[in-house]
Design a protein around this ligand. Structure first.
Ligand SMILES: Cc1cc2nc3c(=O)[nH]c(=O)nc-3n(C[C@H](O)[C@H](O)[C@H](O)COP(=O)(O)OP(=O)(O)OC[C@H]3O[C@@H](n4cnc5c(N)ncnc54)[C@H](O)[C@@H]3O)c2cc1C
Length: 402
């Protein structure tokens, strides 16, 4: 096993690190929230990122990106993740990053020109609409209720979605809908590229949530007789579930990569505070209870990073990473919550104030254990796989004995 990174990747990491430190972090917190920047600031940051050769690093080369592989993404996304506006500036923030990946896999030439190119160039935003309020799809996506019925030269979509990140201001909603209710959801659902200005596409509200609303909120959306042409089908009719796996497995990893940056920064803030602040006649950093928290956070970070790196390496070999991405999602989501929580504790009252970004990190991190699959669901998937293998091994032994 070779854990060395190529020198050009180390150079890229250092340049992203410097960009985030010098250009992005100084803009944080001016609005009272560390994650919010103005549209003008975002435009300015994107131009600076372009000038520094750091814009859209993971994007296809034909669209002006560097075409970074999954390992490269691990390295630079962690740096970009240290500050939410940085991931936006580099155009590697959710949900556009996952949507661009999906489009680069499945969009036809016309769809690429219409959506992928402007997304890459930062001229439009997108959202991904799967989750529905009860009794629709949530943890169990096969409960999908949104319907797309065939009509002359197109489809009519009716449904109700919620928690659709970035929907406000998005030009296109990649929408999962049932197109054939007579077969299992795995074979009867289709993805559509729904332009958000179609009559009947209605944003009910951005749902008020703890933590960041991001760019475009987490929205409740109604589709009322939304008529879209045949050309809006993404990929093939009936293949939405297969395609959503192609989007979600790597997207879970890229979430983990960015969150690692947040957790690493949290530990650094806490360690630096522990070196300054005194209690009971010595620095906080000299108290063993504080040292243990710092050590536990370093262990969480190192374990998380190794896991994500291994999954990225497997993905880059072209291997299927469903189990690895579930393992990373569970472990990293829980680990980064622990790291941020310890950082708040070490900083004391300062930690819950908005004088540092820790309070925003803490509020935002909680949802990571729920979105893109709750921890319990990923544990279920992992366990099912392990049990199935154990059963197969037992059956094999029994068969050989007969
Ligand atoms: C900030 C945020 C952003 C989001 N962005 C998007 C988006 O852009 N697009 C989109 O489509 N969706 C989005 N979501 C929705 C997200 O993917 C869903 O919340 C998630 O899939 C869980 O679905 P649910 O909320 O309906 O939970 P439910 O299905 O109601 O489940 C509730 C809880 O039940 C437990 N549970 C469920 N199944 C099991 C099981 N098998 N075993 C044990 N326990 C179980 C889990 O603890 C789970 O948290 C977002 C959510 C949040 C919070």
């Amino acid at each position: 096993m070779d854990f060395n990174l190529p020198p050009e990747l180390i150079d890229l990491r250092e340049r992203v690190k410097a960009f985030v430190r010098d250009e992005v972090i100084p803009l944080e917190g001016r609005s009272g929230e560390h994650e919010i920047i103005t549209p003008e600031q975002l435009l300015m940051l994107r131009q600076k990122a372009r000038d520094a050769g750091l814009y859209g690093l993971q994007l296809p080369k034909e669209y002006g990106g560097l075409g970074l592989g999954t390992i490269g993404m691990c390295v630079v996304f962690e740096e970009a993740g240290r500050s939410f506006p940085a991931a936006l500036a580099l155009n590697c923030a959710a949900p556009d990053e996952g949507n661009m990946h999906l489009l680069s896999l499945y969009a036809n030439a016309e769809q690429r020109e219409r959506y992928l190119r402007p997304l890459v160039e930062g001229e439009m935003r997108s959202c991904f609409a799967m989750t529905e309020p009860a009794p629709g799809a949530g943890s169990d996506p096969t409960m999908l209720k949104t319907r797309a019925d065939k009509v002359d030269s197109g489809w009519e979509i009716n449904g109700h979605k919620w928690f659709i990140s970035g929907a406000q201001g998005a030009s296109v909603a990649i929408t999962m809908a049932v197109t054939n209710p007579n077969v299992s959801a795995h074979e009867g659902a289709t993805m559509f590229l729904v332009p958000t200005d179609m009559p009947g596409f209605e944003i009910v509200r951005p749902i008020s949530v703890m933590g960041s609303h991001g760019l475009g909120g987490h929205c409740e959306v109604i589709y009322r007789n939304v008529r879209v042409p045949d050309g809006t089908v993404l990929g093939r009719v009936g293949e939405a579930f297969k395609m959503s796996q192609a989007r979600l497995a790597p997207a879970r990893l890229t979430h983990c990569m960015r969150w690692l940056g947040v957790a690493q920064r949290s530990l650094e803030i806490a360690t630096s505070r522990a070196l300054e602040r005194e209690a009971f006649g010595k620095k906080l950093s000299e108290h063993q209870a504080i040292q243990w928290m710092i050590a536990d956070s370093e262990i969480d970070l190192h374990t998380s990073r190794m896991m994500v790196m291994h999954a990225a390496w497997k993905h880059e070999q072209g291997d299927e990473i469903r189990r690895e991405s579930s393992i990373c999602k569970v472990f990293v989501a829980e680990a980064i919550n622990r790291v941020i929580d310890r950082a708040v504790q070490i900083c004391g009252a300062l930690g819950v104030s908005h004088d540092t970004p820790l309070a925003d990190f803490y509020a935002n991190a909680r949802a990571f254990r729920i979105y893109d699959g709750a921890s319990e669901v990923h544990r279920m998937v992992i366990a099912r796989g392990v049990i199935k293998e154990a059963q197969a091994a037992r059956d094999k032994v029994l068969n050989e004995g007969n």
